[in-house]
Write a protein that binds this ligand. Structure first.
Ligand code: SAH
Length: 511
């Protein structure tokens, strides 16, 4: 089959959510993915597992690969009958050299398609609270390269027309050249009190904006490094009212999530949506039990089991997966009543189209036995608990005291993650992290083990620690870690709420 094609795709300005649906489809079907410095790395996760992923760099003048070589690379890969997706920051045809790549492909008779992207001059001001046009301020908007060599004799840019002819001016690649840009604009008639802003890493959690006028923006932006967009025009004034992105509750906060990679996303997404820079630092990973024998035996006698109690999402997943692996299905649970410890576990059971008969109001083991015993007399009842190898013995013991016949079975193992991410330790030590979150006792123990007790002592006063519930809190305290954030409701939404409350409290404290 001949798949030969190149897609020139705009990846958007930084926020990975700002790629188009069509652009995402091109990432998913690529055999070869060629990407630049400005492309959000998290988009690469959507590539096929066996896709060849090639970084071609381009950071300012530091080119990892020359443009001619990139052009040739696209052509060569396509000629091997591959689907090649060329991912570029923003839009491929806006200061992206996509036009040059298109021409080479055309010349070599390689089919190609262009998927436009949201360009930085539109998106970064929007995320800084600046609409590029507004009826009361301007009807024109220009995109200009700020890269031009100021010592060039004849400028390609007609500064005289530009300076007063267009309302909103946006400059790409113009940081080094900012003094020259400002000089040209003012020399050619743009008033010195015209508002201006410089936005670095726009639309990402690292976004930084400085605002001034043509008279002082050079001085104000002197610490700003590329990549940044400069925007000049009256619309900049609207930022005072429309700055929605940088005012989100967790903007500017760096939060570490220590859950397993599989389980992190729900939590990370919530924090990200509130503006946080989330670092996933998995401390646990989930594997099957050493011996499936006991679990298999219980699965075979589900018809004589009264209750299955799930105390974790992983317990649900591993239990159902094992039923399926043994050739069974949900009908094996006919007549068995189900109890789930909290809303996330209940939700997981429901995903398998199975009803939950009982969920205690407090999401801890202590409340399970209490509630279950009010539902029915547990005397002589067979109860199966598919759990992890490191679960507490409290609940099975309590149930036994009530006369139940309890099978406390290992359905999965919680092991320490293979995590060698030194960059996170550096960030913790340098004070770049604001909050570290713990969502189970094993995340606490493994975190300390991975990081090292001595290292922990170096930064534990600089960072705030957050706990999902009382058992986790106890482990944190045992480890002598200062705890400042505790969830009132022992769930992920409860933990997010506690973090928000703490951050708000800190803000009020600063006033
Ligand atoms: N094709 C891209 C532009 C590439 S030129 C697009 O359409 O957006 C590179 C320049 O784009 C940078 O020097 C900077 O001026 C601007 N830029 C790209 N992404 C940016 C971001 N997230 N924040 C600020 N400026 C950005």
């Amino acid at each position: 089959m001949n798949n030969k094609i190149v897609y020139l795709v705009g990846a958007g300005p930084g926020d990975p959510g700002l790629i188009t649906v069509k652009g995402m489809a091109c990432i998913r079907k690529a055999d070869v993915l060629v990407y630049d410095y400005l492309v959000s790395k998290s988009l690469l996760k959507n590539a096929k597992h066996d896709a060849e992923i090639i970084y071609v760099g381009k950071q300012g003048n530091k080119h990892t690969m020359e443009q001619e070589d990139i052009n040739q690379l696209l052509a060569t890969k396509a000629k091997e009958n591959k689907v090649v997706t060329r991912l570029k920051g923003g839009d491929p045809y806006v200061f992206g050299r996509g036009g040059e790549e298109g021409l080479v492909l055309k010349e070599q008779k390689i089919p190609f398609e262009v998927v436009p992207g949201i360009t930085a001059a539109i998106a970064t001001p929007a995320y800084a609270g600046i609409p590029v046009t507004h009826r009361s301020y301007t009807s024109t908007f220009g995109l200009i390269t700020g890269h031009e060599d100021p010592t060039k004799d004849r400028s390609e840019i007609d500064w005289e027309k530009l300076s007063t002819g267009i309302g909103t001016l946006t400059f790409y690649m113009g940081i080094k050249n900012l003094p020259n840009i400002v000089e040209q604009l003012t020399k050619h008639g743009r008033p010195k009190d015209t508002p201006a802003a410089v936005i670095r890493w726009g639309t990402t959690t690292a976004q930084k904006t400085v605002v001034g006028t043509l008279a002082n923006i050079v001085e104000k932006a002197k610490e700003i490094k590329p990549p940044a967009i400069t925007i000049v025009g009256e619309v900049v004034k609207l930022r005072d009212q429309l700055n929605w992105f940088e005012t989100r509750p967790l903007f500017g906060k760096t939060i570490v999530v220590t859950r397993s990679r599989d389980q992190a996303s729900e939590f990370s997404d919530r924090l990200f949506d509130l503006g946080a820079d989330v670092i996933e630092f998995p401390t646990i990973s989930i594997t099957g039990p050493d011996d499936f024998g006991p679990l298999d035996k219980e699965i075979k006698r589900l018809d004589s089991t009264d209750w299955v109690i799930f105390t974790s999402v992983n317990g649900v997943d591993s239990f159902f997966q094992r039923i399926f692996d043994l050739g069974g299905d949900v009908r094996d649970l006919k007549g068995v009543k189900i109890c789930a410890i909290g809303p996330a576990t209940t939700e997981k059971v429901r995903e398998f189209h199975v009803k939950v008969d009982c969920q205690p109001p407090k999401y801890v083991a202590e409340s399970v036995a209490e509630v279950l015993n009010t539902v029915e007399d547990l005397k002589g009842k067979r109860i199966l608990m598919p759990r992890t190898d490191i679960a507490r013995s409290y609940l099975p013991e309590e149930l036994q005291k009530l006369g139940a016949d309890v099978a406390d079975i290992i359905a999965y193992k919680t092991v320490i993650a293979d995590n060698e991410d030194d960059a996170v330790l550096e960030k913790l030590k340098s004070g770049a992290v604001d909050i570290v979150t713990f969502t189970s006792s094993s995340t606490v123990r493994n975190f300390v083990q991975i990081i090292g007790k001595d290292n922990l002592d170096d930064f534990k006063e600089k960072v705030q620690f957050a706990s999902i519930g009382p058992i986790t809190t106890k482990t944190i305290e045992e480890m002598d870690i200062p705890l400042s954030i505790k969830a009132d409701e022992y769930t992920i939404p409860g933990l997010v709420k506690a973090i928000l409350d703490q951050v708000n409290k800190n803000v009020e404290g600063e006033i």
